[in-house]
Structures are given as structure tokens and as C-alpha cells.
Design a binder for this molecule. Sequence first.
Ligand SMILES: [Fe+2]
Length: 267
Amino acid sequence: MLGARRSVPRLRAIKRQDYSSAGRRFVDIHTHLIPSGDDGVQTIGAAVDFCREASRRGTAILYATPHVNRELPLSPEREARVRAAHAAIAEQLDGEIDYRLGFELFPTEELLTEDPRRYQLDQLEAILVECPLPHQGAPGLATAIALAEHIESASLLPVLAHPERTETVLAEPRIALDLAERGWLLQITATSLLGVHGRDVERTAWRLLDAPTAVVASDGHRSDRPPFLDVAYAAVAAELGHERADALFRGETLLPPPTVEPGSRSA
Ligand SMILES: [Fe+2]
């Protein structure tokens, strides 16, 4: 056990009506569908095209979450470019999909001394924290956990991106489930569930779906890693049923509990 369960703030900003219209269901809180200098799409046109296709495939709310790391910090100049690109893409989409902005933070010591609020996911009291991948040369989750605690201390909720792809969790999935016990969200990547990143990652991804705070997102980058959720949804629905699949893909963990009007309950 890595830490005691804590109470974390409930997220308030996604309303049920935002995504519940027929055929448009998914909330994708992790994509690189914005030209930002990272390895995601490189043009506004490509971002618009992918967003339109994601909408056709059932995504209602999509977050563009550019990488923030030592090589690509969020300088004022980069932030201005990213925000301008976001505005231009949203204008072209014209409401076809709810296109929002956030960031994906690679855990570094520098971020531990910064106010995390500037990296917040638009309209959510949450921040996306990248769990290091094997090629990033940062084994272990110690800095990611420290950053998540830093985020929590600012009354925000950490969302751990693709824990199933990080070496520590691959070796011992219970570590991620213990972090979920703190109320932290586990963002499982759709392509992990489909076996794209290998059998070990696939097995671990399915195991982490047990966490009540699990949420599935695409981490879509470009044509070889597209931002679509429909195929993974079908796989999860076939295995776990539509009710659980809906909870995982429609952002149930991002939602406040349903309110019960006084007197509306039957005896
Ligand atoms: Fe990512």
C-alpha cells in the first residue's frame, strides 16, 4: 500500500447532457490533436480532420493535451501558440465536437515547485500526469507520485496517463490499483486494451479496468496512433458489458454522482 485513501474534490464541470445525446458518447481526455511542437499532429487541418472522424466514431468531448516535459516546457511563447491553435481548430469544428485543451505533464522535479493550475484540463478540476514509458529513461513512479500529490495539494485531481505502459506497474499492477485507492484516476489507453503495445501491456490494461477510478482515452497522436475509441469500446462492452463500458468511456469517473430530487424516490 503506497498511501492512505484520501478524499479528493469531485469534478463538476462535465454535465451529463454534454455527452449523452444519441450516438455521441465518449469523453477522450488524452490526445495530441493540436500542433504544439510535440509528436502529435503537425497542422491545424490534420487536427480538424481527426476530430471530425472521432466525432463520427462517437466521441463527444475531446481534449488536446500537448506534452510538457524538459525538452518541451510550456514557455509563454509556446502556450500562446498552443492556445491560438486551439481557438482556430475549435472555430473550424464549429461545435461538431466539444474540443477542449489540457496538458500532459511528464513528472519532473521542476514541476513540484510550480503552481499546477496552469496545466488544468479545461473545465475539469484535474491534471493529466504521464506515467513514464520504458524509452523515456525514467524508471519508477516516485516523481509521478510526488507530482500527483503536489496536484492534490492544490485541490485538483491527478489523472495518471497510461499506467499500464510503465515498467513499475507492468511488474506489479497492484501498485496502480493502490494509487487508484487514493481516488486518483487511472487513464487506460484504448490501444493498450487492443494489444497494440504487446501482450504484457494488454493484460495489465485489462486488469486495471477493475479500478473504480479507471477511464479509457485514446492518447491519439496521428494516423498510426489515431484518436478513436469505438473499437476498444466494442471490445470492452463484449467482455464486461455495456454498463461498465459506458462508465469507462463516457467519463463516469469525471462526473458528480447523480442528484436525487427530494421526493422523487418511490417508497
Ligand atoms: Fe500522451
